[in-house]
Design a protein around this ligand. Structure first.
Ligand SMILES: Cc1cc2nc3c(=O)[nH]c(=O)nc-3n(C[C@H](O)[C@H](O)[C@H](O)COP(=O)(O)O)c2cc1C
Length: 313
């Protein structure tokens, strides 16, 4: 496998405190990003003011996923706490492409780091309009394709099928020169096959894992707790699964891998880097502590010098 440790990673240079991670034209000054949908930078700016800009926790900001049309999201309840994790069924509420470009993009463009916009649609047409719409904007540094979505024509979840993932990437690749990151779903038997398909279709990087499909019952009634019936599990409970999937994916692709799933500390992040990730993302941990991303970066920096040169299979 291509264990991406200091000195062996073709996607990094070693000029600063941290290796710069390069994903096509996207340059990350340090390896810690946010997971899409887990850090509301606009709300954080309201809460913390310009202090947020002076100490922005992430090397790029990944927006929550937007869809072609506005979505209200799922009925409540939308969250269920589990041992060491949480199930969410937020359901991608968002203002749609036009609302995002009009209301959110100008505010996100003020952040001091590159902006990655996460997009999702239920057919290629919808993905095309999203990639065209955000790809034409200078404020956008890269696009993340959230493929944990059903294709309305086939009924299949795109990211669970290598052929569907490759076809989508091939259709979108010619539409933009901006880096395309494919956010992989863990809900598939062979995530590495999907990652390879994404790479062959023209993706510049893959990110993983998205949430694991999960259900919880209301003990009082024995019926589904979540308004949507089921949701996705995240947090420390999923970390060993995420580590394994990152290991398997990084062993099969040559593009950079962004690893996430339950990262709470610099040591957790280091595990992902040791298993082949070029960068990591902090997700659920930011809900409890909006400073988690910065803490993970500082802890990682302290640990980096002690990192063993692991090449695990
Ligand atoms: C409340 C919540 C909302 C999320 N929204 C999105 C989203 O809009 N798009 C997406 O690709 N992933 C979304 N995710 C998945 C996270 O980005 C991340 O992949 C996953 O939670 C695993 O990382 P974690 O365990 O550190 O949270 C969401 C996760 C949570 C918990």
């Amino acid at each position: 496998m291509n264990g991406r440790t200091s000195g062996s990673d073709p996607h990094t240079d070693h000029s600063g405190t941290f290796d710069v991670v390069e994903i096509g034209s996207l340059r990350l000054e340090h390896p810690v990003l946010n997971g899409s949908g887990t850090f509301d930078a606009i709300a954080a700016r309201r809460a913390f003011g310009d202090a947020l800009l002076e100490r922005f926790p992430f090397s790029a900001f990944v927006s929550k996923t937007i869809t072609p049309e506005p979505r209200a999201g799922n009925p409540p309840p939308r969250l269920f706490e589990t041992p060491s994790g949480m199930i969410n069924s937020i359901g991608l509420p968002n203002k749609g492409l036009d609302g995002f470009l009009r209301d959110d993009l100008p505010q996100l463009a003020e952040l001091p780091v590159p902006l990655v916009v996460s997009v999702m649609a239920t057919d290629q047409e919808g993905f095309r309009s999203l990639v065209d719409g955000v790809g034409s904007r200078d404020e956008v540094a890269a696009i993340e394709l959230n493929v944990s979505c059903p294709n309305v024509k086939s009924g299949l979840i795109v990211g669970e099928q290598p052929a569907e993932t490759m076809a989508l990437c091939e259709a979108l690749r010619p539409l933009t020169e901006k880096p395309l990151i494919v956010k992989l779903t863990p809900n598939t038997a062979d995530p590495a096959a999907v990652a390879v398909a994404a790479e062959q279709g023209g993706a510049d990087a893959v990110s993983l894992i998205n949430t694991l499909r999960a259900t919880a019952l209301d003990p009082a009634t024995g019926t589904a707790w979540l308004g949507a019936g089921s949701g996705g599990l995240s947090g420390p409970a999923v970390r060993p699964i995420a580590l394994d999937q990152v290991r398997r994916v990084a062993g099969e692709v040559t593009v950079p891998v962004i690893g996430m799933g339950g990262i709470e500390t610099g040591s957790d992040a280091l595990d992902f880097l040791a298993l082949g990730a070029s960068a990591v993302a902090v997700g659920t941990a930011s809900f409890r502590d909006p400073g988690a991303g910065e803490r993970v970066r500082i802890e990682l920096e302290a640990l980096r010098g002690q990192a063993p040169a692991l090449h695990l299979n």
